[in-house]
Design a protein around this ligand. Structure first.
Ligand code: AMP
Ligand code: MG
Length: 355
């Protein structure tokens, strides 16, 4: 009798085992990977059921980022394959000579750049190349250039002389010596392309962190908002605020990424193309927008503007929220972040918003 009961139990146990195994198989898993690219560590985390799909999605996303990185690379070695595959290099070499046929993604970036150059009265300008070279922020020994050299570099800057033909897919810098630098937009644009690639693989939850450029897809694995820490611009391990983020991008431009000090003054890599000197109004600006490329343009653009102008421009342009720490240690943000963003005390900053 006892034995028969035991035998009856076997199918039940088997059924339970199969049930547990199949539930385990359907469980959402995380797949995370890091790669060094575009001068930063890019990390991608994705969530889903099929580990194979997660892996293929992430490698396709990195491939897309590599492709964009090559197109915009400003400093490949002459004679290498990268030298010819960089559209930005080709446009720069043909400055003042002739239009160059480029990849549709380069046209898309340049159209975006031109639009926001106009909307920012020149604060955002991807033709800032000659000035960046002069300050040497791309190399190992940045330094303060002599004023007359700054004046000559300024004469070569102006997106009005960047001519784009989207039908022919060509770009042309009208004057010799002009030079594109897509440092303010390429990483965000590439991040967005990577995220759209993940989506094509059916991924619905993901986080891409490209050195200060964050893009999240959907909600996190606990089905709540992702929490993004905004770095304290004066404490490498400190955080000034925590930002909830869903299906959007948060991109930060800061004066702490690349800088040197001289005579007690900090000189950093985000230049005001009107003055020729590093922008002085802010220490850090985070732009939150639906698209990472756009958020990257915004973070640099609002960084260059004086804080009160940045707040006004953000309200006027719409589709973007900003959080910033001004050079005189004030914290400001757009009204719709109120009640959502958590400002941490202890950094010695003065919180002006939200009272
Ligand atoms: P980001 O970290 O996105 O603010 O980009 C900074 C990079 O953008 C710099 O390293 C330069 O390559 C480039 N850049 C600097 N100043 C400007 C500017 N005013 N407008 C557009 N690009 C800029
Ligand atoms: Mg930017």
């Amino acid at each position: 009798m006892k034995r028969r009961r035991l035998l009856l139990l076997i199918p039940l146990l088997l059924f339970l085992a199969i049930l547990v195994a199949s539930l385990y198989g359907r469980r959402s898993r995380e797949y995370a990977s890091d790669q060094f690219l575009m001068d930063t560590l890019i990390s991608i985390k994705v969530y889903g059921r099929d580990p194979k799909v997660l892996k293929s999605a992430v490698s396709a996303a990195y491939a897309e980022m590599h492709r964009i990185a090559e197109l915009v690379d400003g400093f490949p070695q002459p004679g290498t394959a990268a030298y010819n595959s960089s559209d930005v290099c080709r446009i720069n070499r043909q400055a003042g000579l002739q239009p160059v046929r480029v990849d549709p993604d380069v046209i898309a970036m340049l159209l975006l750049a031109k639009k926001y150059n106009e909307l920012s009265d020149g604060a955002f300008d991807v033709t800032v190349g000659p000035l960046m070279d002069l300050w040497g922020f791309g190399g190992d020994s940045p330094h303060i250039p002599p004023p007359e050299q700054i004046r000559s570099a300024l004469a070569l800057i102006g997106s009005r002389d960047l001519l784009l033909d989207s039908r022919q897919q060509t770009a042309f810098l009208r004057r010799r010596g002009m030079k594109l630098d897509l440092g303010a937009i390429a990483k965000g644009y590439a991040t967005e392309k990577a995220l759209q690639t993940l989506k094509k693989y059916g991924i619905r939850k993901a986080l891409i962190d490209a050195g200060g450029n964050i893009r999240v897809l959907g909600r996190n694995q606990h089905d709540t908002s992702w929490s993004i820490g905004i770095r304290d611009p004066r404490k490498p391990d400190g955080i000034v605020a925590i930002l909830p983020l869903e299906d959007a991008a948060a991109v930060t431009s800061g004066d702490y990424y690349r800088y040197f000090e001289a005579g007690g003054v900090r000189y950093h890599h985000i230049l005001d193309p009107r003055s020729g000197y590093p922008a002085t109004g802010n220490m850090t600006v985070t732009a939150i927008a639906a698209d990472a490329g756009l958020a990257d343009v915004f973070s640099t653009l609002f960084f260059v503007l004086p804080p009160h102008k940045a707040m006004e421009a953000a309200a006027r342009l719409g589709g973007v929220d900003i959080f910033l720490v001004t050079a005189n240690r004030r914290i400001l943000h757009t009204p719709s972040l109120k009640g959502r963003i958590e400002i941490l005390s202890g950094g010695g900053y003065h919180y002006e918003q939200g009272r």
